[in-house]
Design a protein around this ligand. Structure first.
Ligand code: ADP
Length: 398
């Protein structure tokens, strides 16, 4: 089955067409600057890449343009859009309602809408993508795959915050966790590389990209994760602050006279690696600057790895042991330095990195990079493949 995977943001739509049985990407691309000046489509199909610059006013026009190029005689992946068997949508927040992927019905759309207060930036954009796809591919079965779903197995003692209980009851303020599709994929893939059943393993997965989170995966289920009510909690990231004394945002409001919106902007967009280093939010820039002796770049790297290490210890304790630690996403897959520093001094847990394997496992390579009792792996993530697989599985049961 050929599945169109859509990841709709507020001004962008990323897409892939995947032939699921052979796990083959037939075409992929990105529409960006929707509703803004300079909107364009970047598409890679059978005959290479093409960039189309034209006015794209909304998600509906974006999907129409994507379908045009997916069935383009030269660049296309299909002869006609009808060859697409189903559409899989990435949806950021499924609240407490969804613990797995589901066929999209009117009721599901309503539930995604009800989760908008939990993800005010993401869910409206995801919904716009779903409605536009339904309009342009009427009758085509569609599936929603939620970032939060994998973490719905967390027990209450790990997802509750110690604030008055009625706030949870009335507003559903609790830890949800994100990147669930990635944590699910890399934990399953790591088990298969190790040749052991996932149900027997205690694993920590570290998704270290622009956004970053870690997950304690016990017997194939998420039992804790670093992101919380929003993707701001936990590890510190490109521009996000991560864990912080909750009194700090209040102090920023009171002492610097910042509005709640300004504090939100400061913690989400101006903090993290960018905020600490004053150089960049990009790990490559920081590694380069640190190598040249920039002390704040070095500090940013040290802080980053230290946080990862702290959560490794925390999650090993939470699970009562550890069999495998998995690194994934841009930094996890490509930075031997961060992997090394994150694991430094953890020999007492059985974690010992093999320097040569660590240095050699970059740029999309997967494999084991440890020599200790705990297996440390690098597994390139593939969220689109998970979405395509889930979509085919649900649709083929219809
Ligand atoms: P996103 O969350 O946007 O999908 P990615 O998973 O692509 O992000 O990760 C982006 C991060 O990966 C950036 O901080 C980037 O600097 C980092 N990265 C990519 N390649 C390398 C590399 N060779 N060395 C160190 N960091 C890298």
């Amino acid at each position: 089955m050929k599945v169109l995977v859509l990841n709709s943001g507020s001004s962008s739509v990323k897409y892939q067409v995947i032939e699921v049985e052979g796990e083959k990407v037939l075409a992929k691309g990105l529409v960006e600057r929707i509703g803004l000046e300079g909107s364009r489509l970047k598409h890679r199909g059978a005959q290479g890449e093409i960039v189309v610059e034209e006015e794209i006013k909304n998600h509906s026009e974006a999907i129409e343009l994507i379908l045009k190029y997916l069935s383009h005689p030269e660049y296309g992946a299909v002869k006609e859009p009808d060859e697409i068997g189903a559409v899989g949508h990435r949806v950021v927040h499924g609240g407490e309602k969804f613990s797995g992927s589901v066929l999209i019905t009117d009721e599901v759309i309503q539930s995604i809408r009800e989760c908008i207060p939990l993800a005010p930036l993401h869910n409206p954009a995801n919904l716009a993508g779903i409605l536009a796809a339904q309009e342009k591919l009427p009758g085509k079965p569609m599936v929603a795959v939620f970032d939060t779903a994998f973490h719905q197995t967390m027990p209450p003692h790990s997802y509750m915050y110690a604030i008055p209980y009625h706030i949870y009851q009335e507003r559903r303020v609790r830890r949800y966790g994100f990147h669930g599709t990635s944590h699910r994929y890399v934990s399953a893939r790591a088990a298969s590389i190790l040749g052991r059943p996932l149900q027997e393993l205690k694993m920590i997965t570290a998704h270290l990209g622009n956004g970053a989170s870690m997950c304690a995966v016990k017997e194939g289920k998420s039992v804790d994760t670093t992101m919380g009510y929003t993707p701001l909690e936990g590890l510190y990231m490109g521009t996000r602050c991560g864990d912080l004394d909750p009194a700090v945002p209040l102090a920023l409001q009171n002492q610097l006279r910042l509005t709640p919106q300004e504090v939100d902007h400061l913690l989400n967009k101006k903090s993290g690696m960018l905020g600490v280093s004053g150089i960049s939010s990009d790990m490559r820039d920081l590694e380069e600057a640190a190598e040249k002796g920039n002390p704040r770049a070095e500090l940013a790297l040290r802080m980053y790895a230290y946080k990862v290490k702290k959560y490794i210890g925390a999650y090993a304790a939470a699970m009562g042991g550890l069999d495998a630690l998995v690194f994934t996403a841009g930094i996890g897959e490509n930075s031997p330095l961060i992997r090394e520093w994150s694991c430094e001094g953890l020999e007492f847990l059985g974690i010992e990195i093999d320097d040569e394997l660590n240095r050699a496992t970059i740029r999309g390579k997967e494999g084991i990079i440890s020599k200790g009792k705990v297996k440390v792996l690098v597994v390139p993530t593939n969220e689109e493949l998970v979405i395509a697989r889930d979509t085919m599985e649900i649709v083929s049961r219809l």
